[in-house]
Design a protein around this ligand. Structure first.
Ligand code: BES
Ligand code: ZN
Length: 448
């Protein structure tokens, strides 16, 4: 074991020295084919790592996060990202399938005081709607929203409730039971934006979430003076998102095994989504470019999915389109989500699996790390929260590659904020992820 590792390292070093890998960028499969003889895994790795171009990945991260910006599911920006990905993969010669799918209704709206002041608010999915002209009513100070916090005076008013102690759902149900016409929940801690409320299913009333300072201002300016607010909440219906699937099948192999690489290209509202997940998207695109013409004996599918941030919707759709036969031929999913943060504490590459157990993907990555000398620690960890969940649930061995702080498993502080910009993305770590996942993937799909 030790010996072969040493031999592998020596070989890759000598390849580097002899200049075999110092080829112009796009030489395709032939030039290194000779060096990459069976039994020389390090030479196969060189076919990947000599060509993974960190600058190209970084410039795609910049395009997605800065030129396009936030790419919320269902928006024109998400579609623009999908077009870019599609054009790129077409230019690499992959067979492309565009999957368009519906996404759940999204609530939109606004909140204003009778003085005409706009209050920044969020409107949770599952909220009730208001009449078209909006709901104009007095506010009722309902404290934390316990049943006892409501009197008859709440009837027909909009209940203003502080976050905390009770679930959002209980607060809303208590307001409804008291005959309130709507609910505004204000935060109980200082956050830069209004809270995203998760209210668990359809609510009987229109609901808005606002910042703590906004709630306190309403108590002072509206409740105390007997003024009114106008709340408007509508469902945005019929929205769609897309997946872009790029496939390459091996020559002369019938019913090949299938390996899926996935990355989501959507983001949360207001976040440029540089780390989450322009990094995974751009790295997967680069791996697709490098692999476009190498001989393989398994089918590879790059699934660039939308609508991850609203509940893994794109990958659920993709996996649901696989036939039973395709699922049974599927042997692995490499999911890349947040692979390039520059946050200094995130020194480890986590391999998240749903059961916390190793599988073909973690094994391939560990072997690749050993051969190519990936500097970061690889940590096997039990965690969902990304698109690998849907592959796992279909019975396909799946891993989410994600950078975190070792020990705490913390994500960078810019996660899901407007600060998730390219400023906090590391070109060096993008290269590390591309080399590692590219080499591991190639070790699984290549023709020996
Ligand atoms: N990029 C994150 C990935 C992630 C993985 C976050 C593991 C935390 C842990 C992903 O896009 C995300 O934010 N996921 C959501 C869940 C999803 C079902 C909406 C999350 O973790 O809140
Ligand atoms: Zn993500």
């Amino acid at each position: 074991m030790k010996k072969s590792r040493f031999a592998a390292l020596t070989l890759s070093a000598s390849l580097l020295l002899s200049g075999v890998v110092m080829m112009p960028a796009d030489f395709g499969g032939q030039a290194t084919a000779e060096a990459a003889k069976p039994g020389n895994p390090a030479a196969f790795d060189q076919k990947i790592i000599s060509r993974i171009d960190a600058e190209r990945i970084y410039s795609d991260v910049r395009y997605l996060s800065e030129t396009i910006g936030p790419r919320v599911a269902g928006t024109a920006e998400e579609r623009e990202a999908a077009s870019l990905i599609r054009e790129r993969l077409e230019s690499y010669g992959y067979q492309i399938e565009v999957q368009e799918f519906s996404i759940p209704d999204k609530m939109v709206g606004h909140l204003a005081t009778s003085n005409g002041d706009e209050v920044k608010a969020t409107f949770p999915s599952g909220s009730g709607e208001t009449p078209e002209k909006g709901l104009t009513a007095q506010l009722y100070d309902a404290g934390l929203g316990y049943p006892d916090d409501f009197t008859e005076a709440a009837e027909g008013k909009i209940a203003l409730i502080s976050r905390g102690e009770l679930s959002f759902r209980d607060k809303i149900d208590n307001a409804a039971a008291a005959g309130a016409a709507g609910v505004i929940i204000y935060d109980n801690s200082e956050a830069s934006g209004p809270p995203n409320l998760s209210i668990g299913g359809d609510a009987p009333l229109p609901v808005a979430g606002i910042k703590k300072v906004s709630g306190e201002a309403l108590l002072e300016d509206v409740v105390a003076t007997g003024g009114t607010v106008t709340l408007k909440v509508d469902a945005l219906t019929g929205q769609t998102s897309q997946n872009i699937i790029a496939t390459r099948a091996p020559k002369n192999v019938s019913n090949p095994d299938i390996v899926h690489v996935s990355a989501h290209f959507d983001s949360v509202p207001l976040a440029p989504g540089a780390s989450d997940n322009a990094t995974g998207t751009s790295t997967a695109l680069e791996i697709a470019r490098v692999l476009k013409s190498y001989p393989i004996d398994k089918e590879v599918r790059f699934a660039f999915v939308g609508a991850e941030e609203i509940g893994l919707v794109g990958s659920a759709h993709y996996v649901s389109t696989l036939t039973e036969d395709e699922v049974s031929r599927s042997i692995a999913n490499f999911n890349m989500d947040m692979v390039g943060t520059a946050w200094e504490n995130a020194t480890a590459i986590y391999m998240n699996t749903l059961d916390g157990l190793p599988n073909i993907v973690t094994e391939a990555a560990l072997s690749a790390q050993e051969r190519i000398g990936t500097p970061s620690e690889l940590v096997l960890y039990k965690r969902g929260s990304s698109d690998h969940v849907n592959f796992h649930e279909a019975g396909i061995p799946a891993v989410n590659f994600i950078r975190r702080e070792p020990g705490t498993a913390a994500l960078e502080p810019y996660y899901h904020t407007p600060q998730d910009t390219i400023e906090f993305v590391s070109q060096e770590r993008l290269k590390e992820a591309g080399d590692l996942v590219g080499s591991a993937l190639y070790s699984v799909i290549r023709k020996n």
